[in-house]
Design a protein around this ligand. Structure first.
Ligand code: CTP
Length: 404
């Protein structure tokens, strides 16, 4: 299951060379279980064949206001009613101008005018056309109608010119689609999330760490953004890209993470500590690489500060403090250990994570967790993608913020 399973997406393709790129988007949507129907303008049909889009979407492609096959149906009205979300990509300067002025002179423009659901518009055109005051005014107009405009990327275009105007990447569109379907229950919240491992060096080329990849923390950051929060992510070394619209601070060691968490604390209303922080660090870091040639090497370790516990202690004496969410990475006595950490670290919610299985914990795309809150409410979240688990965690947080 995906968060998009069974969603009905109407994809409007217009006349831009970037039309070929959205062929892949259709495949991506169908992989996630969406039902995709495609509408193409005459100009779009010159760039990519309706046959290609019909084969990829598994549905007939609509190109005309006056379809001969079912004259009793009024296509622009039935299509406008039968989808959950309209995505217009690539959106040419011409189509954006049509939408801005409420024209109804082709099927796609008419459907857009007749739609009452969410509309995403992904502009793609030459950068001079994009930057022209007329296009900018048209974009401002469609924004004011509530359409979500996903900014084009900057870079080299098919016409060999450079600048803003390249069709945005699929990942940005996917995030915008998820946002359109997500509850906006974190609007106004300032969320601070830590993710990934920390590295504790003992010479310039070696360190102590753990197998955390940051997937769970990054999924939490993306989901919080989708639900309307302003999100800051403090990440240990991870090979993931920050989700669109999330401010990301890269750190390496636990001490660095602590410094940044404390610096961001005042602005936060919710703190989620998903990072797998190293509990110990080498007492000393050698200036130069430690050479072999000795049969044994002992490292002396010292304890790192427990950042979350420190926050919990500060919370005790504070009149106003962010809601605190911690994780418990456990391989046995999960519930007992989770309940102990919830209490000892003075948390509002703990996510108890089984790091023993092959489908849960470090590195994998799925997770199975137990949520335990300060009021004793316990929820077993079954094995799901980390993206879905992230939303379940935010559901639980949203219930607690309601009672704040
Ligand atoms: N944590 C932290 N700073 C540390 C260690 C842990 O902020 N130095 C946070 C983690 O981000 C997590 C929670 O504390 O939210 C629990 O971490 P976990 O590794 O499960 O437990 P520990 O408190 O380290 O205890 P133990 O290793 O004994 O299980």
């Amino acid at each position: 299951m995906s968060l998009l399973t069974d969603k009905k997406i109407l994809l409007g393709i217009t006349g831009s060379i970037a039309a070929y790129k959205v062929a892949d988007w259709v495949r991506a949507l169908r992989r996630e279980g969406c039902r995709v129907t495609v509408v193409m303008t005459d100009a779009a049909c010159r760039f990519i064949s309706p046959l290609t889009m019909a084969a990829l979407s598994g549905n007939p492609v609509h190109t005309s206001m006056f379809a001969a096959e079912a004259p009793e149906k009024i296509p622009h009205i039935s299509l406008a009613r039968e989808h959950d979300l309209l995505v217009i990509a690539p959106a040419s300067a011409q189509t954006i101008a049509r939408l801005a002025h409420g024209l109804a002179d082709n099927l796609l423009a008419t459907i857009t005018l007749a739609s009452s659901g969410p509309v995403l518009v992904c502009p793609a055109m030459n950068s001079a056309m994009f930057q022209h005051p007329a296009t900018q005014a048209n974009l401002a107009a469609i924004n004011s109608y509530g359409y979500v405009v996903i900014e084009p990327d900057c870079g080299k275009m098919a016409c060999n010119e450079e600048g803003p105007g390249r069709l945005t990447e699929w990942e940005n569109v996917r995030q915008a689609i998820l946002t359109a379907f997500a509850p906006q229950d974190l609007a106004g919240e300032q969320v601070l999330i830590t993710a990934g491992p920390t590295r504790e060096p003992f010479d310039p080329v070696r360190f102590l760490s753990n197998p955390s990849t940051g997937k769970m923390g990054y999924a939490l950051a993306a989901a919080a953004k989708q639900r309307g929060a302003t999100v800051t992510l403090i990440s240990g070394p991870a090979s993931l890209s920050a989700p669109p619209g999330v401010r990301c601070i890269q750190v390496t060691s636990a001490l660095e993470m602590r410094t940044h968490v404390l610096a961001c604390l005042d602005a936060a209303t919710i703190v989620v500590k998903a990072a797998a922080v190293s509990d110990f660090r080498p007492a000393e870091t050698a200036d130069h690489k430690i050479k072999k040639g000795q049969s044994e090497l002992s490292l002396q370790l010292v304890a790192n500060p427990d950042i979350l516990k420190e926050l919990g202690e500060r919370k005790e004496s504070a009149t106003k403090f962010p809601l605190l969410v911690g994780f418990a990475a456990e391989s046995r006595d999960h519930l007992k250990e989770g309940a102990r950490k919830l209490k000892e670290k003075n948390l509002d919610l703990i996510v108890i994570n089984d790091i023993g299985g092959t489908e849960t914990g470090f590195g994998v795309g799925t997770n199975r967790v137990t949520l335990l809150d300060r009021n004793g409410a316990q929820e077993e979240v079954p094995l799901l993608s980390k993206e879905e688990v992230a939303h379940r965690i935010w559901d639980a947080v949203a219930r607690l913020t309601d009672n704040r």
